[in-house]
Design a protein around this ligand. Structure first.
Ligand SMILES: [Zn+2]
Length: 229
């Protein structure tokens, strides 16, 4: 609906139609509105924008499928994708949906990885780095609904990396401390590029994510910031 795929069905053989979870059905109400009128109203931005706002649970999925479409059509070198189903539901305190969306995020990642591996221009040349914007927290029963100073442990995040330039070491816990701010430079190093930013502090490359033999990647040029000339 939010993408404008709206149609009107008329002249059904016995006047009976079936809906499903994939359809939203609208019809006129006697003495109040005609079905043609409902059809034209639902096609307006006014109704469609309101519908998008109300679809909190599907936001992560629609982001994913739009990004996936872009990936298929434009074949970028780098794609940054942020899905927020788990975040939406945990902030609203819906634990059941939170679990469902964690599972959906897993499925979306699997779908994307399998697709990447089926494409000649991406397979065995592509790295997926997956992480979170904040941790789940491990304090009181309510800390999973929020983050920040009062949600103990919410500053702890995890990172996963999968690709040809990464040693397959399984689940790791090291003594070193790594930060989110190190991801940008790490992503750049997978592309054989350097990364500098004159306005923000940039963290160092997360070395264990790369094979030792890729750790001396030639820095060909800077991606962002600091003027080199
Ligand atoms: Zn959040």
């Amino acid at each position: 609906m939010e993408n404008g795929k709206i149609c009107q069905v008329k002249n059904l053989e016995n006047e009976v139609g079936f809906g499903s979870t994939e359809f939203m059905i609208f019809r006129g109400k006697e003495n109040l509105s005609g079905t043609d009128f409902i059809y034209y109203v639902t096609r307006t931005d006014y109704v469609r924008n309101a519908a998008v706002q109300a679809m909190t649970g599907t936001s992560g999925e629609s982001t994913f499928y739009h990004a996936f479409e872009y990936l298929r059509m434009q074949r970028p070198k780098v794609l940054f994708l942020s899905v927020d189903g788990t975040d939406d539901h945990s902030h609203s305190g819906r634990y059941g949906e939170y679990l469902i969306y964690a599972n959906k995020a897993d499925q979306m990642i699997e779908e994307m990885w399998n697709w990447l591996q089926s494409q000649d221009d991406y397979n065995d040349k592509t790295t997926l780095i997956i992480t979170t914007d904040h941790g789940r927290g491990k304090g009181s029963n309510r800390s999973w609904k929020t983050h920040g100073r009062w949600a103990l442990g919410s500053n702890q995040i995890w990172m996963a990396v999968l690709g040809p330039d990464t040693p397959p070491l399984g689940e790791m816990k090291t003594n070193a401390r790594y930060y989110q701010k190190q991801i940008a430079k790490t992503v750049a190093s997978f592309l054989g590029m350097g990364y500098n930013n004159s306005r923000r502090e940039v963290g160092e490359i997360i070395r264990p994510m790369l094979h030792p033999n890729t750790s001396s990647l030639t820095v060909t040029h800077s991606v962002v910031g600091e003027k080199t000339k």
